[in-house]
Ligand binder design. Sequence first.
Ligand SMILES: [Cu+2]
Length: 241
Amino acid sequence: MTLRWRTSFSAAVALAAARATAATLSGTVLLTSAGDSGGRKIRDHSGVVVWLEPQGAAPMAPPAAPRRAVMEQRNKTFLPHVLAVEVGTTVDFPNLDPIFHNAFSNYDGQVFDVHLYPPHTTRRVQFKRPGMVRVFCNIHATMSAVIAVLPTPYFAVTGVDGRFEIQAPPGTYRFQVWHERSQAEILSKLERQLTVPGDGLLLGELRLADEGFLAVPHKNKYGRDYPVQRDEHVYYPGVRR
Ligand SMILES: [Cu+2]
């Protein structure tokens, strides 16, 4: 048996074992705001990223094949608004609108710029290091999204009801939480070490306040304010259809 064959055989066995023994960590994150610590006034609790980083001897899945994910641009909106991926994932940015878009990020995470591109075409970007990548469009100031690039394959994003489920092999992990409107000190209070047993773990309800959050207008990719919105169908200089 060659070393290479033996390595891939062991990886396949480990992957099969990990799949066979995957357990579920489930819970709910309720977003709260000032005067609503119970989280009952907010209807949409989606977009909270939760993930597990293996600790100590926790089983780690063997390297998976390169992963792919999609963030659409539709009706001048990035969909999904929050996308979680493992480091190394390539994200496609299909433009499904009848107008041009220009997805980019210039701070907080991996810098990228797919440049101006026409309707019904796509661009792709590989995310090579962990971080929270804030995504904007250089044409439309109202478009924003987040790509959470995580150093683990064990993650989830909450739904509208705040619920999440993470599949992971039984073991000990660092549980972490992130939301675009929450400050680091608040997020760190929800961080904890936990052990996922073979029959799974129910975390119950966590509350996450957006205390101190201020919505500030962001700049375009040149670091300037966005111009007053023009007719969407105008010709963008320097680009051939
Ligand atoms: Cu756009």
